[in-house]
Design a protein around this ligand. Structure first.
Ligand SMILES: [Zn+2]
Length: 641
């Protein structure tokens, strides 16, 4: 008998001794980080609202109770009982019964009403129907990403359960090593922005944190991290952690599966969905540009199948000697500061991922409060000594001025924006400004993946800033559903009609004018001197956006009639730049994050920034807080214990 099986037997005995004698326990299993308890008496189990919580704290495990398949009522009978319990206003849109596990997945417009106070309605569902409920939100704006991911996971449910069982047994295996050390190896994003990737290792465990690409540099060994990470074979990694879905952190996660990795990816639920959206788009763009992508969409599906979503604040066993906790990072939807507790009080490391320290319109500021932290691995994108950003209010004032002046002239405002994050922030600024009468009412057209990314945001309001979440919960004031927003889905004809029409605002990808529908908008609008091209995001060196920003007025356009000639488009429209809408903390924010961090770490590794930014920040933190700081290079290893 394996040690895990013996452990499960002991757990089963312990559970039986803790619960009332009339409640049976027929089986106990690990599924990923959770302990699943099967019982013939699910209704009695649900009666005592506190029983599962008491068991969880006694056993120090996350516990799920499921009915033994032998006692399940038929889905047909259960359906009516489930619907009887849930209040009408919850807006149930779908019920899915899984007879192999006794779970019913309830899709509802207001999941809170299905859960009830402290889970009271959920328990009532089990008491009445004998099934274990699981609740998901019906997206208020239909999202093909969310529905594709959900239906894919449903279709792969059996295989997924096998994966979770294997992962669960791995997590709870017996520790084999007597040695003690904690190391971090930097595989990318050191003294550079892009290809974020680290290995956190102990004698027992190797964990990969992020695995991204470096945009715009095909010759800079893009697979470096993957080769290094898998140097000892695909199964030398126990777990992959994805801090957020941006491609410079996520693009090569699917590639791991092509090379034989078969383990879990821990991330938040929105990060999983956004990773699906962004990596599939990454493959699409590569194909359109005639590049051979390093993996295909099948590998994206593998990655999604292996995702184990965690919520902020959940302390989760991910290896025999490592616990992981995610906290809000304030950067993009689902972004997480990742805290690792290693050994039994041995050491603690936090990876900031990308962070925004202050509150923004979309997100609460990054969390920097931990039970313990000795080392912080921190982003330094704006760590340079002059990297202070304009105050958000000033930025918004300038944006409104540009819009008002353009409107007076009878022109259109064209804003290139990234689909995820910046666009939703712009939508909130514009919606409020129109509601308050600070800019005239006019249509706001959304093109490219912006609409889809917005739909994903509204599916996960619990990840948004408190007051925004409240507005979305009460759907009559969901700002993303304001009537002036128009989703461009009719392609070129619709764009032409918009171009021929009156004043409006257009938000379109790509954010750095490096392809996508923005090119087509430029063809329509660039010749008009009354219109304004308005940059609200960072324009990287070498992009067309940067060249236009620095004064170029001829835009090279691929010849639409074929023939391989490049035509030049005359840019007569005005060009404005409004800084200050960044998803990253600026130099002040980074310093504040460390200053107010509780507890303050002993060591900080400054990564994810240009050479000078990481060095500036490292030396500033050293002088200001008298801590040990580093600006590592790629492929360095730090030993902490
Ligand atoms: Zn990012």
């Amino acid at each position: 008998m394996s040690t895990v099986d013996r452990q499960l037997e002991e757990l089963q005995d312990e559970i039986v001794s803790e619960i009332p004698a009339d409640i049976s326990v027929t089986d106990v299993k690990y599924e990923g980080p959770e302990l699943v308890v099967y019982t013939r008496d699910p209704k009695q189990f649900a009666q005592d609202g506190d029983l599962v919580r008491r068991l969880a704290s006694k056993l120090r495990k996350r516990i799920t109770v499921r009915p033994d398949p032998a006692v399940l009522s038929s889905p047909k009978r259960a359906r009516d009982r489930v619907l009887d319990v849930i209040p009408e206003e919850a807006g149930v849109t779908n019920l899915d019964f899984h007879e192999d596990t006794g779970e019913v997945v309830i899709e509802a417009e207001k999941p809170g009403m299905v859960i009830g106070r402290h889970g009271s309605t959920l328990r009532e569902i089990t008491q009445e129907a004998g099934w274990t409920p699981e609740v998901v939100r019906t997206p208020p704006i239909e999202s093909s990403t969310v529905s594709n991911v959900r239906s894919f996971l449903k279709q792969e449910r059996d295989e997924r359960r096998d994966i979770l069982e294997t992962v669960g047994r791995q997590i709870h295996r017996e520790e084999m090593q007597d040695d003690e050390y904690v190391r971090v190896t930097t595989l990318g994003c050191c003294r550079e922005v892009g290809r974020a990737s680290f290995v956190l290792s102990t004698p027992e465990t190797r964990i990969l944190v992020d695995c991204g690409d470096k945009p715009g540099s095909e010759d800079e060994v893009p697979y470096l991290q993957v080769q290094e990470a898998l140097a000892g074979g695909a199964n030398t990694i126990d777990a992959v952690i994805l801090t957020h879905a941006h491609l410079d952190h996520s693009a090569f996660i699917p590639l791991l599966f092509k090379y034989g990795y078969d383990g879990p990816i821990y991330c938040t639920e929105p990060t999983r969905d956004l990773m699906g959206l962004l990596t599939l788009d990454y493959l699409d763009v590569a194909a359109k540009e005639g590049r051979a992508p390093p993996y295909d969409s099948e590998m994206v599906r593998e990655a999604i199948k292996h995702c184990i979503p965690l919520e902020y604040g959940d302390v989760t066993d991910i290896a025999p000697d490592v616990k992981l906790t995610f906290h809000n990072a304030g950067h993009i939807l689902g972004s997480a500061v990742s805290h690792f507790h290693i050994g039994d009080g041995l050491y603690n490391v936090a990876f900031s991922g990308d962070i925004h320290y202050d509150d923004t319109r979309l997100f609460n500021g990054a969390v920097n409060d931990f039970p313990r932290v000795e080392t912080l691995v921190m982003e330094s994108t704006y760590g340079g000594r002059n990297d202070y950003q304009t105050d958000q209010e000033d930025s918004e004032r300038k944006l409104k001025r540009v819009i008002n002046e353009t409107y007076e002239d009878g022109g259109k405002v064209l804003i290139p924006a990234f689909a995820v994050g910046r666009s939703q922030e712009m939508m909130l600024v514009l919606e409020e400004a129109m509601r308050e009468g600070e800019i005239p009412e006019m249509p706001i057209h959304l093109d490219g993946m912006i609409w889809e990314a917005t739909a994903i945001h509204t599916t996960y309001p619990e990840y948004l800033r408190d007051d925004l979440r409240d507005r979305i919960f009460h759907s009559d004031s969901n700002p993303f559903l304001a009537p002036q927003f128009n989703h461009i889905d009719g392609g070129e004809e619709e764009r032409q009609a918009v171009a021929d029409d009156d004043q409006c605002i257009i938000l379109s990808t790509s954010g750095m004018v490096s392809g996508g529908p923005i090119m087509s908008w430029l063809e329509h609008i660039a010749p008009d001197p009354d219109s304004t091209l308005t940059f609200v995001g960072y324009q990287a060196q070498g992009t067309l956006g940067r060249r236009i920003q620095s004064g170029r007025d001829k835009i090279p356009m691929p010849d639409s009639r074929g023939g391989g000639r490049t035509e030049h488009l005359q840019l007569n429209m005005g060009v404005e730049t409004v800084d200050g809408f960044s998803g990253h903390a600026d130099r002040q924010g980074l310093e504040d994050f460390v200053r107010t961090m509780n507890p303050r770490p002993e060591k900080v590794l400054c990564v994810h920034g240009d050479e000078s930014s990481t060095q500036d920040l490292s030396s500033a933190l050293y002088h200001e807080f008298n801590m040990r700081t580093f600006a590592p290079k790629n492929l360095e290893t730090f030993r902490f214990v």
